[in-house]
Write a protein that binds this ligand. Structure first.
Ligand SMILES: [Zn+2]
Length: 468
């Protein structure tokens, strides 16, 4: 399997630390508001990674964090805690906001058919681990305390700039205006923030340095190390994480353990909406519910995401989503064919499907090339549809669809059950009416089927039904 490693800027052969299990850490959501489609794209990308690893017979041990404290509105450790902001907006406590949007996130995961991580860990449930890691950094001389918190001194980690190719001198020059004058370097970041003296926070804890809350970055290091060990195989996130969040995760983890934190770093590119970046002011941050209002399912969106490669920018438009929905609709029509052909046969109908399944996996093993994987299935499905019914069989369709479902998570088999005996009877009656050239009755029966959610394609080898 080949993966593009941000750390080396190269596509590399993937070699896990252990033969048995791949350790994988995914930076999770900050649960302060409704997840937007731009957030979901990233999780769909890593779901594809997990599915591809499993298809390569790796067991995967994945941790995803839930950021429910300490993520400030500015990456520079300025501004307010997003959780407290959400709490004010909704007139509830930060704890209630966290619970509300953690649940929304879990519901969205299910709707999108995202595989659950082996461990889903909340920052607020790992405060002691975070404090312990900060203490370890303190002993190593990597921290200092100023008025508003405990900071990591990036000058004590000489390779700090390497991962994101940062120009620290330019940062110093550019930071003059906003530079917290107590910070030793503009790139230094908060490990522990003190609660404001004049304000009671919903979320705060005692620590050796004073009452407060953890900085955003430390949670990922603390939880990754706790559950996956000091060096993980793969760490994933969005490309916006590279210059700050992941750079800081590497600095604090490696400064504490003296070991390489992750062997492979994978980053998903942005989702644009109508060619522009998603922003609050443009009100172009759609949710899954917004898509539902226009008649699109979460799996339509999943297909849309698979149509682009994770390292390219993808562009969301309603037209693009519609094209993806049409593609999925077509694939489901192919899935319906398995109920309308012989269970198995000696024909060669299955060999092309089998070849497509292998080719799709091969495409995904090449740095998760999902557009190519889809194209392989498209080609095989088109060929299948052109064949005479008598030359194709259910078992080869089913095994190709099972592979597609395992790899792509589109639930093709689950969403296309066989139709009821009553509807089957209507189909038989309609075939009879057509044989008798009773077009009026044939049309009436077609309408009856449509009312039952079934569409029909009349082909030279008989009618084929599909879900409308
Ligand atoms: Zn993280």
């Amino acid at each position: 399997m080949q993966l593009h490693n941000t750390a080396s800027a190269k596509t590399e052969q993937f070699i896990p630390i252990s033969d048995d299990v791949v350790t994988l850490y995914t930076c999770g959501p900050t649960v302060y508001s409704e997840p937007l489609i731009g957030n979901w794209v990233t999780y769909l990308r890593w779901d594809l990674l997990v599915r591809t690893l499993r298809a390569n017979n790796y067991a995967v041990n994945r941790v995803m964090n839930i950021t429910d404290v300490g993520h400030l509105t500015s990456d520079a450790d300025e501004g307010e805690d997003k959780m407290e902001k959400g709490a004010r907006r909704e007139g509830v406590t930060a704890w209630e906001v966290a619970e509300r949007y953690t649940n929304r996130f879990l519901e969205g995961m299910t709707a999108l058919n995202l595989l659950p991580p082996e461990t889903l860990s909340k920052a607020t449930e790992h405060i002691q681990e975070q404090i312990a890691l900060i203490q370890q950094l303190e002993v190593g001389g990597h921290t200092y305390v100023i008025d508003d918190g405990v900071y990591f001194d990036t000058a004590t980690f000489p390779s700090y700039a390497n991962f994101a190719h940062l120009d620290l001198e330019a940062m110093k020059a550019g930071a003059r205006v906003e530079f917290n004058s107590q910070k030793h370097n503009p790139s230094d970041f908060a490990l522990w923030k003190f609660s404001p003296k004049d304000q009671k926070r919903d979320m705060e804890w005692e620590s050796p340095w004073g009452k407060g809350f953890p900085g955003w970055h430390i949670e990922c290091s603390a939880m990754a190390i706790k559950y996956l060990g000091e060096t993980l195989d793969i760490h994933t996130g969005g490309i916006d994480h590279i210059p700050v969040h992941h750079t800081n995760e590497i600095a604090q983890s490696e400064a504490a353990t003296g070991k390489r934190f992750a062997n492979y770093w994978l980053h998903a590119n942005f989702l644009l909406v109508n060619g522009t970046k998603i922003s609050k002011s443009l009100e172009n941050g759609f949710t899954l519910a917004d898509l539902g209002e226009k008649g699109f399912t979460p799996l339509d969106f999943r297909m849309f995401v698979l149509q682009s490669h994770y390292r390219t920018e993808s562009n969301f438009t309603w037209e693009n989503l519609e094209a993806a929905a049409n593609r999925l609709h077509h694939w489901k029509a192919v899935a319906c064919l398995r109920h309308q052909v012989a269970p198995s046969s000696n024909s060669d109908g299955g060999s092309q499907l089998l070849a497509a399944s292998h080719a799709a996996l091969e495409a995904l093993c090449d740095d998760l090339n999902s557009p190519l994987a889809l194209a392989h299935f498209d080609k095989a499905f088109d060929e299948l549809e052109r064949k005479d019914k008598s030359t194709i069989d259910a078992s080869s369709i089913e095994s190709a669809l099972a592979t597609a479902d395992d790899l792509l998570g589109l639930k093709l088999l689950d969403t296309t059950p066989d139709i009821s005996d009553e509807l089957k009877q209507v189909l038989i009656e309609r075939e009879r009416a057509r044989e008798l050239r009773d077009w009026e009755r044939s049309d009436a029966l077609r309408v009856q089927l449509a009312e039952g959610g079934i569409g029909l394609d009349d082909t030279p080898s008989g009618a084929r039904w599909y879900y409308l």
